[in-house]
Design a protein around this ligand. Structure first.
Ligand code: CP
Length: 314
């Protein structure tokens, strides 16, 4: 089946999606913008449908925005976390989902610290699975909201160069962004300490955009069209790869002085949560002239509406 004609059954990764599939989801998200932000009335597209949020790892933005997205499409949401379910008695994720499926749940939104778990689940059940972030692998709805935000600000992304800076090794956000951006024809520059930005990442995506690895943030800043900063993921042992936090800050923090080296109007993104004062200074994160961080969060509701409506055939 040609990629552009496929029906998306699950949404577990941006890797492997065709350009047309990504742009169609982005266009649909843009059509939901006013409803997503609460400026227009909620829709009835998913009235009577049930979405189960299964967040086995903490989340503020993704979990809240999936809930808002589902409700603004008229759906109901079951909110399940690890604590308080029979997973604490040893029930497998597959058994949990099969039981919820038997009760008539229409889609699962799964966050897990284990890379690959949403794909494994999607291979074994018919109910649509949305990956809300799996370990170090992918966070495809975050990838879509990053693309939507960049597209709003820069226009078409083909031929643009986006820097992704910091703890790339541990970042599912970076992997989804790499696949999404290069599929849309943008080039990606990965920047950070060698231990957190391995050379192999140059080969990770299929193109047509290309990925380059570098370690000189100051040298790259004047030539890129946008900068996406990444959180240093101490919970995934990123600290072990950093000898000195002060040295990391000296070389890779987006400070006000570094932001001044960027092209005029070039925007700054960060998926959140931020380590303020480490990978990004508050003066940049809160700068309304450059920072798109809250715009990313706002767009997160619209892209999750687009994904849910598309998977559920609405
Ligand atoms: N960006 C993101 O995934 O944030 P949460 O962990 O708060 O969902």
């Amino acid at each position: 089946v040609p990629l552009a004609a496929r029906t998306l059954r699950h949404f577990v990764a941006l890797e492997g999606l065709a350009r047309e599939e990504i742009t169609s989801l982005l266009d649909r998200a843009e059509s939901f913008r006013e409803v997503a932000s609460g400026e227009a009335r909620p829709l009835d597209l998913l009235r009577g449908r049930f979405i189960a949020n299964l967040f086995l790892e903490d989340s503020t933005r993704t979990r809240s925005s999936v809930t808002l997205a589902a409700k603004r499409l008229g759906a109901d949401v079951l909110d399940l976390m690890s604590a308080g379910t029979s997973r604490s008695k040893g029930e497998t994720l597959l058994d949990t989902c099969r039981n919820l499926e038997a009760m008539g749940v229409d889609a699962f939104v799964l966050r897990t610290s284990e890379s690959g778990e949403p794909q494994r689940l999607a291979a074994r059940i018919a109910t649509p699975v949305v990956n809300a972030g799996d370990g170090r692998h992918e966070h495809p709805t975050q990838g879509l909201l990053d693309l939507m935000t960049l597209r709003e600000h820069l226009g078409e992304l083909e031929g643009r160069t986006i820097a992704i800076v910091g703890d790339v090794l541990n970042s599912r956000v970076a992997r989804s962004a790499m696949h999404g951006l290069t599929t849309l024809g943008a080039d990606v520059r990965l920047i950070g300490p060698p231990a957190l930005v391995p050379e192999e990442f140059e080969e990770i995506a299929a193109g047509p955009g290309r990925i380059g690895v570098g370690h000189d943030f100051d040298g790259a800043l004047p030539s890129v069209d946008a900068v996406m900063m990444l959180r240093v993921q101490f919970e995934r042992a990123a600290g072990d790869a950093i000898d000195s936090l002060e040295e990391y800050r000296q070389r890779y923090s987006l400070t006000r002085a570094r932001a001044a080296m960027m092209k005029p109007g070039a925007p700054v993104l960060h998926p959140g949560p931020m380590n303020r004062g480490l990978e990004i200074d508050s003066a940049v994160a809160d700068d309304p002239q450059r920072s798109l961080i809250l715009r990313q969060v706002r767009n997160g509701v619209a892209v999750r509406m687009a994904v849910l409506a598309t998977l559920l055939g609405a």
